[in-house]
Design a protein around this ligand. Sequence first.
Ligand SMILES: NCCC[C@H](NC(=O)CCN)C(=O)O
Length: 420
Amino acid sequence: MAEKLQALKQQVCSSIDEAKDKLHRLGDAIWRLPELAYEERQAHDTLVRFFTQEKGWTVEAHYKLETAFRATWGPVGGADGESVVHVGFLCEYDALPAIGHACGHNLIAESGAAAAVGLKAALESGEAWPVPVKVTVLGTPAEEDGGGKVDLLREGAFEDLDVVFMAHPTQKNATYLPAVAVHSVLVKYRGRTAHASAYPWEGVNALDAAVMAYSNISVLRQQLRPEWRIHGIIKHGGVKPNIIPDYSELEYYLRTSSHLDLPNIRAKAEACFRAAAMATGCEVELLFQKNEFYEVLRNRTLEDLYEENGKALGMKFTTEGFSGSTDFGNVSHAVPGIHPYFYIGSEALNHTAEYTAASGADEAQLYTRRTAKALAMTALDVIFSPGVLDKVKQEFREAKRREERNCKSRNIENGDQHQP
Ligand SMILES: NCCC[C@H](NC(=O)CCN)C(=O)O
């Protein structure tokens, strides 16, 4: 079995390399037409067309969301009565405002598609294999803003998957980087205009409320846990210096190491926003994002297998770094999975114009294909190595039990504490 598995892994690699031109065209087409969260219509169409042109995939366009899709192959192989092993690969493809694919989501889509195509080709190349296998590619939009994976989870899109894989471009290879929980909020203040010089006392100043809110949050930071973050911008602060602003708007991200702490940081931030309204006489409206993102729930069994496969392909791994947040975190609390990071041939930093250039550069292709190979090889380990899937699922169950215990202890703690 070990020799067979090794031969299949080699087949994955050669299949992905043979498909390199069409995979490059796929990622490049997405990179050239950057689209924002929930508006990734061209990227959706490009990926749907790609899998439609590949033989054997059942493709569902506009899958539960306008710009989501699902492509499935199988169940194939195995013996009657055997339970199906269902592997999922996720594609992100949303860009950032003004700077395009500065987080390399075009390469997430390319690597997810490549891993699925490579795994299917390898499975089709060998003789029958022990268990029936199903491969699903899910196009999951709006990671940067809104959280398409959370919407898809709510709609049951992940229900019968056994494991999920995706990978994210960054400056180094890492099997895991701390991804924290996040919830974003839009804050709107409404006051009353007046001539700012002739009779300022008649105005109710919405910009004052925004500035006070910003200052309240800034001092709150001293009393937050070191791994928590609150950061934001003033999106609107007025139109002319001699018109007291009657409207201001801020957007904030609230981040905690566990999603179980989001209610706590939300309450503290809300007190800051409401205090500014009270002090200025403004009305305040708080619009929390529909979806909160969870921290990533690790699966070290999958991480270790991925690292072993990556090293076999020449990857060097780091454990240093920090990744912000991702809606993959919510997925990882529902299905065992990994969200590794991969080097693309550039030291540029994500969310910069330099990274936009790097994610569209030819040099990124070799690293993207290498990552896809490691993902598909890890999927083969899950399918072919006896006991691996059971170990993955056992680790997942234990992590969920720990989380339930944490949730209970926090509820007890919060029940005793005075909330601001
Ligand atoms: N409101 C969600 C923001 C998610 C965003 N994610 C990343 O940057 C990860 C890379 N795409 C964040 O600010 O963490």
